[in-house]
Design a protein around this ligand. Structure first.
Ligand code: M6R
Length: 366
């Protein structure tokens, strides 16, 4: 049932090109002039009434939501707050009929996410669920559902469902941006073409998996690891650090690159690993200078960056390169080596990769 792979986690990592294709299928194709989201009410009239969006989720789904927030704000020019459900539901958020809430959940059963959904509905807000499990509670209770097409995810650590959630965020921000007249035809075509190339680019990242495995072996005995990035790379950093904690049981932190020097840099010493994420090349110089500060304090420094970026190669001990894509979509590619890195560290340390200690696949308690 693991299809020849040692673990479900690895099998699911390798399923990602298919999962991305499946999530795009029927929604966008090579001749599309708009994103087709049948049955989801995001028409002009509905969207023009919306004055704010909340994206609410837990764990990895929240990190996908953070990507959604950045893209939706950038592309649709609507204010978006992304929050973890267990915080959102216990504060007093401003919810009314002009609010759109997007809840993101693989299982569709996460207790806090469901409670946030119910709160929003009670206040008259519209709720759009981005859900993987068909017919789950969140899917049933949301006003509209965008199904991610990741198929069953067995490993506790989410990999393919996260990629499918990212694709959902990409499509939704394009859709809403277009409906609100913020994305013109030309820009749409550029985004569409870049999106359709992602599955093949993920395949190319997976072809180089052995390089990531070598680097995992080299870093097996690190004391701790710091993931840093700016903008969309920060969202990817949060996901990278969570994966290491979950499956390798190692202390990992994620920080916005510019925040490091406001405190956590005090933790850097020999035996620390810094993972610098540089998908967002507009911010390259800034992140490189943060990377150099850490290297000067004795940490081993690795980066995940876009192919052809020679500057980064010179600044770090080891670099992993992923194919170039539109800046909006780098997170998805940058994240794949992080998944493999966490997986191989976990295997190297003899962890129970598919069923890490203390964790449940779906958190139905509050
Ligand atoms: O089923 P959900 O997407 O609502 O689950 C949310 C989180 O519990 C989940 O993403 C968790 O963080 C995973 N173990 C991450 O790998």
């Amino acid at each position: 049932e693991k299809g020849g792979y040692d673990h479900f986690m690895l099998k699911e990592i390798y399923e990602q090109p298919k999962v991305i294709r499946d999530t795009l299928l029927g929604r966008i194709g090579k001749d599309s002039t708009e994103v087709q989201l049948d049955g989801i009410r995001l028409d002009k009239e509905t969207m023009e009434k919306i004055n704010k969006v909340y994206i609410v989720a837990c764990g990895t789904a929240y990190y996908a939501g953070s990507v959604g927030k950045m893209l939706l704000e950038a592309q649709a020019r609507v204010p978006v707050v992304a929050d973890v459900a267990s915080e959102f539901r216990y504060r007093d958020p401003i919810l009314d009929e002009n609010t759109l809430m997007i809840v993101v959940s693989q299982s569709g059963e996460t207790a806090d996410t469901l409670a946030a959904l119910r709160m929003a509905k009670k206040a008259g807000a519209r709720v759009l669920g981005v859900v993987n499990v068909v017919g789950s509670t969140i899917a049933r209770e949301a006003d509209d559902v965008f199904y991610t097409c990741a198929g069953p995810e067995i490993a506790v650590a989410s990999t393919k469902a996260y990629s499918a959630q990212l694709v959902a965020m990409y499509l939704l921000s394009m859709k809403i941006g277009q409906v609100l007249g913020k994305i013109g035809d030309e820009e749409f075509a550029v985004l569409r073409d870049a999106l359709l190339e992602l599955p093949e680019k993920v395949e190319r990242v997976l072809e180089n998996a052995h390089l990531v495995e070598d680097l995992a072996r080299k870093n097996l005995h690190m004391k701790n690891v710091f993931y840093i990035g700016r903008g969309l790379d920060y969202a990817a950093a949060m996901e990278g650090a969570l994966k290491i904690k979950e499956v390798a049981y190692l202390h990992a932190e994620s920080y916005p690159a510019g925040e490091l020097k406001h405190g956590p840099i005090a933790l850097i010493e020999e035996g620390s690993l810094l993972m610098g994420l540089v998908g967002q090349e507009a911010l390259l110089e800034k992140t490189i200078s943060n990377i150099k500060e850490v290297k000067a304090r004795g940490a081993n420094v690795m980066a995940i960056a876009m192919e052809g970026n020679e500057e980064i190669r010179l600044a770090v001990d080891d670099a992993i390169f992923v194919p170039r894509t539109h800046p909006n979509f780098t997170t998805l590619l940058v994240n794949i080596p992080q998944q493999l890195f966490a997986y191989h560290i976990a295997c190297g340390l003899g962890r129970d990769v598919d069923k890490p200690r203390n964790l449940a696949k779906s958190v139905t308690v509050e």
